[in-house]
Design a protein around this ligand. Structure first.
Ligand code: BG6
Length: 483
């Protein structure tokens, strides 16, 4: 862990992301003694707030159960500067505040210092702020780290444009693109599972694996975020980034080392082999309301959604990785809002057992449950216990809540911010990865928009549009497993 004098500037400090994720994560690290010893957090946003009002607001971000002693200690590290996002004088004032704080944490004037610029900002102001940072705040005597959040463009062209614009201001090494799924415990675990155990790698190919399903389900709809959801749709919102990132870690070759560039090289290598997704390999849905007591509104009932919208809130896509290891294995991504449950799983389904000694009761599956309850289990055939010789489907089960009862799994943002503080890029998206991710999805997205493909309706709270299971079994040879 580096222990250099560090300033973390949070842009958008009074906004939603800062409230829900950035500040709670910084506080979590503070409570565990994981922030650098000499650190200051500078909030920056347009809202004019006195220091007291900012502290009050920040306290509300930390949740009611935060111990007041910890909150006080944390707030002593936090200051606030208000300003516009495109006014150089405001950024010069910010620089002055950063320098003031520097004298407090770096009295001996050490030249090695770290500055983190965390952009908890909407894309509309993002480039303005980056430009002002570079013009008025940036100090090339420091180690500078710029943290940015999706959306990174809305297709290949706009994403490249953004990468070029950012690239003109900062070097790739200074940029940390957050995909918060890369900070989730079970996603971080994939690399360990695969490469620290002898038995997975031996079966990790088309020889033994029939198909892979990566599923994201949320039980709520737009909930006031209709504008954003409609502009991006489920494919851009979670598939092109979160699910594809997960796929690349499941599919990649073993990296040369655990160095971040080696890991990112391997992920990019696999993304390069994914063929652009075809419309015929895609199923789209949009939720409709339910009637009766406790009835839920449909997508288009939300006032923030444009009338007549054909944006998908559910999608299933079949992808193919065109390399020797994976040729012939369908990768199914499923993602939807307003479904029957909250769940994210990676389900690796193996082929049928080739011998005829026992009937093929069901296929083996390795399931990594990312949320809600972190677990890894292997669906395994056993002899039914007792005098019977029948077969039964059971599970070799590692449920984290049972096995690691004393460990509270941190929010993804806490681990990612810690990585930024340590200068570790492993769990951040490199620009060439991002480019590949858009290459895979852009033709499909453009075709959907051009042809105005109408999504199939499904009821709020259901499992998705009619035919979701048939689609996966027909396209991907997925066999429903016996319980
Ligand atoms: C975000 C999406 O990136 O991920 C949201 O924009 C989605 O629409 C969220 O709800 C899901 O994240 P998590 O961590 O709650 O699974």
């Amino acid at each position: 862990k580096e222990d250099l004098p560090t300033t973390v500037v949070v842009f958008g400090a009074s906004g939603d992301l800062a409230k829900k994720k950035t500040f709670p994560a910084l506080f979590h690290l503070y409570q565990r003694g994981l922030l650098p010893k000499r650190v200051r957090i500078v909030g920056y946003a347009r809202t004019r707030l006195s220091p007291e009002d900012f502290h009050k607001r920040a306290t509300s971000f930390l949740g009611p159960e935060a111990a007041s002693k910890d909150v006080e200690g944390f707030l002593r590290l936090c200051v606030y500067v208000s300003g516009q996002y495109d006014v150089p004088d405001d950024f010069r004032a910010l620089r002055k505040e950063i320098e003031n704080q520097d004298t407090a944490i770096n009295p001996e004037g050490r030249s090695e210092r770290v500055r983190v610029y965390y952009m908890a900002l909407p894309p509309s102001v993002f480039l303005d702020v980056a430009t002002q940072i570079k013009g008025c705040v940036y100090d090339d005597g420091c180690t500078n780290r710029i943290v940015i959040e999706k959306p990174f463009g809305h297709d290949l062209e706009s994403s490249r444009q953004l990468s070029n614009d950012i690239g003109a201001l900062f070097s790739e090494h200074e940029v940390f693109r957050i995909d918060h799924y890369l900070g989730k415990e079970m996603v971080k675990n994939i690399l360990t599972l695969r490469f620290a155990n002898v038995f997975y790698e031996a079966v990790w190919s088309h020889h033994y694996i029939s198909n892979v399903q990566i599923t994201f389900k949320e039980p709520f709809g737009t909930e006031g975020r209709g504008g954003y959801v409609d502009e991006f749709g489920i494919i851009r919102d979670v598939m092109q980034n979160h699910l594809l990132q997960v796929l690349s870690i499941v599919a990649m070759r073993q990296p040369e080392s655990l160095r971040s560039e080696d890991i990112r090289d391997r992920k990019t290598e696999v993304l390069r082999r994914i063929l652009p997704i075809q419309l015929e390999d895609t199923l789209l849905g949009q939720y409709v309301g339910t009637r009766g007591g406790g009835g839920k509104p449909g997508y288009k009932d939300d006032d923030t959604v444009p009338a007549g919208s054909t944006t998908a809130t559910y999608a299933q896509c079949v992808l193919h990785v065109d390399n020797d290891r994976w040729r012939g294995v369908p990768w199914v991504m499923k993602a939807g809002k307003a479904l029957d449950e909250a769940k994210m799983t990676i389900r690796i389904q193996f082929k049928d057992m080739p011998n005829a000694l026992f009937p093929n009761l069901a296929r083996n599956e390795l399931v990594i449950q990312v949320s809600p309850k972190e677990s890894v289990y292997i669906k395994t055939i056993v002899k039914e216990p007792g005098l019977s010789t029948n077969l039964a489907m059971s599970e070799l089960d590692l449920s984290y809540h049972k096995r690691y009862q004393d460990i509270k799994i941190p929010d993804a943002y806490a681990t990612l911010i810690l990585d930024v503080l340590n200068g570790d890029h492993s769990n951040f998206v490199r620009s060439d990865e991002l480019d590949e991710a858009w290459r895979i999805f852009t033709p499909l997205l453009h075709q959907i928009e051009k042809e105005q493909v109408v999504p199939l309706p499904y009821e709020y709270g259901s499992r998705g549009p009619k035919g979701v299971d048939e689609f996966a079994s027909e396209r991907a040879g997925y066999k429903l497993s016996a319980r």
